[in-house]
Design a binder for this molecule. Structure first.
Ligand SMILES: CC(C)(COP(=O)(O)OP(=O)(O)OC[C@H]1O[C@@H](n2cnc3c(N)ncnc32)[C@H](O)[C@@H]1OP(=O)(O)O)[C@@H](O)C(=O)NCCC(=O)NCCS
Length: 395
């Protein structure tokens, strides 16, 4: 579709343009079920999140590290004096983070991974190719800035993004009923530690170390030729926790002190203090759903044959927290638990009354391999395995 020459694309760091983008997109992303008091609350919440470490992180080598904003302006709109933003008709942003690629030729390398988010066109401007114009421009920007990187996104609009090079990598969901978990016989695999904001660092350092060891020591299994993954990073869990806390502070429905909010649980070896497993999560306050952002079981627990015990202990403790908040459900991405390695865990979940597995996720994971990446590693999309494609990859 060709688009009128009235439209111009900008990469912007202008606070007024960024704010206007959130004001515009509040119509879609500040849904009533998110229980926010006003557009101002939503906008302030997202602006506060933009101040978080992972969004503000900069790199000496990659110009677009952190969160970057893009807008489309319609130059046919006449602006009143002092108004510099009413001509913004579409917007989106990207969060660029560190990732890995493992190939037989190059071994393990760091790569940048960009997550596209908040893609939005004003309702009166839709179906004219405005988002397509913007996304093609953002893609071009990506190709220039991180040619040998990859981009990911979670689509709420089905296969729309496939025309911009994004290939769906759907991950099903499991929904575990809190009440059912609380009925299961309690197990003990180690000591429980809870984690609040600012207390996730060691967990993700461990997760990262184990991922690197695994990628270094194993060959990517056929039919894939190479593997990619985002780098486990506590800063993304800090972002989820900030957003949860912000939304909670605007929600009057639950009676628990903000400073008591817990966003992670780990099980450690009583004697050595070694982490045997952990779960991190965020809250959907109105839906009463606890969403698992990352679930890790250590190789030592796997070796000792206690993986299921560690998992059940984590989930039982999470259910206790969920019950205190009057939440009904725990949402888990299938990718968090390897289905061939941990059949016993999946059997346990499957046997939980009224719990569901293999549910279609309404958000589709998708991945786009930049042209320099494909050329360097000599691959097409189907050749690439996306390791640990889960909730923690987006924001
Ligand atoms: C999705 C969106 C950004 C598209 O903007 P746009 O400027 O109209 O996009 P384009 O003109 O380039 O393309 C329009 C096409 O988008 C696709 N599309 C739009 N909404 C869709 C949906 N809910 N499901 C599947 N495809 C959708 C359709 O193919 C549509 O063409 P058609 O209506 O003629 O079939 C816009 O509809 C929007 O802002 N929606 C609300 C916010 C949102 O859901 N954003 C996506 C978050 S992942």
């Amino acid at each position: 579709m060709s688009i009128s020459s009235n439209y111009i694309f900008e990469v912007t760091s202008d606070p007024a343009a960024i704010k206007q983008s959130f004001i515009n997109n509040s119509e879609s992303f500040n849904l009533p079920n998110r229980n926010l008091a006003s557009v101002t609350d939503y906008v302030n919440g997202e602006l506060a999140i933009n101040d978080s470490d992972i969004c503000q992180r900069r790199s000496p080598t990659i110009s677009i590290q952190g969160q970057v904003f893009y807008v489309v302006r319609d130059t046919s709109i006449t602006l009143a004096e002092g108004d510099f933003t009413s001509d913004i008709v579409a917007s989106c942003c990207t969060l660029t983070r560190d990732g890995y690629v493992k190939s037989p030729t190059f071994g393990l390398k760091n790569i940048p991974v960009s997550c596209y988010a908040f893609v939005y066109t004003k309702p009166d401007q839709r179906r004219k190719g405005v988002a397509a114009f913007m996304l093609n421009e953002v893609n071009r920007h990506m190709e220039r800035e991180i040619p040998d990187g990859i981009s990911v996104l979670y689509s709420d609009v089905g296969e729309y993004y496939s025309r911009f090079g994004f290939e769906s990598r759907h991950v099903p969901l499991a929904l575990l009923l809190v009440a059912a978990i609380l009925q299961t016989p309690s197990v003990e695999g180690g000591k429980i530690i809870t984690h609040m904001q600012g207390q996730f660092k060691d967990l993700f350092i461990l997760d990262d170390r184990i991922l690197v060891e695994r990628l270094n020591s194993s060959l990517t299994e056929a039919p894939y030729k190479i593997s990619v993954s985002l780098k486990p990073d506590s800063a993304i869990q800090e972002l989820f926790a900030s957003r949860s806390t912000w939304k909670y502070s605007k929600s009057k429905s639950i009676n628990q002190a903000l400073e008591d909010l817990i966003f992670g649980i780990s099980v450690t070896d009583e004697a050595t203090g070694q982490v045997l497993g952990f779960v991190t999560f965020s809250h959907y306050w109105n839906a009463k759903v606890m969403s698992v952002t990352r679930l890790f079981i250590s190789p030592s627990a796997e070796k000792a044959g206690t993986a299921k015990t560690i998992f059940v202990q984590l989930v039982q403790n999470l259910a206790v927290l969920a019950e205190k908040l009057e939440f009904d459900t725990i949402k888990l991405w299938h990718s968090e638990i390897d289905e061939t390695k941990h059949k016993a865990i999946w059997d346990w979940i499957d046997e939980l009354p009224n719990s569901d597995i293999n549910l279609a996720n309404t958000s589709l994971s998708a991945i786009n391999f930049h042209s320099g990446f494909k050329a360097k590693y000599d691959v097409e999309g189907p050749d690439v395995k996306w390791e640990m494609n889960g909730k923690w990859c987006w924001y």
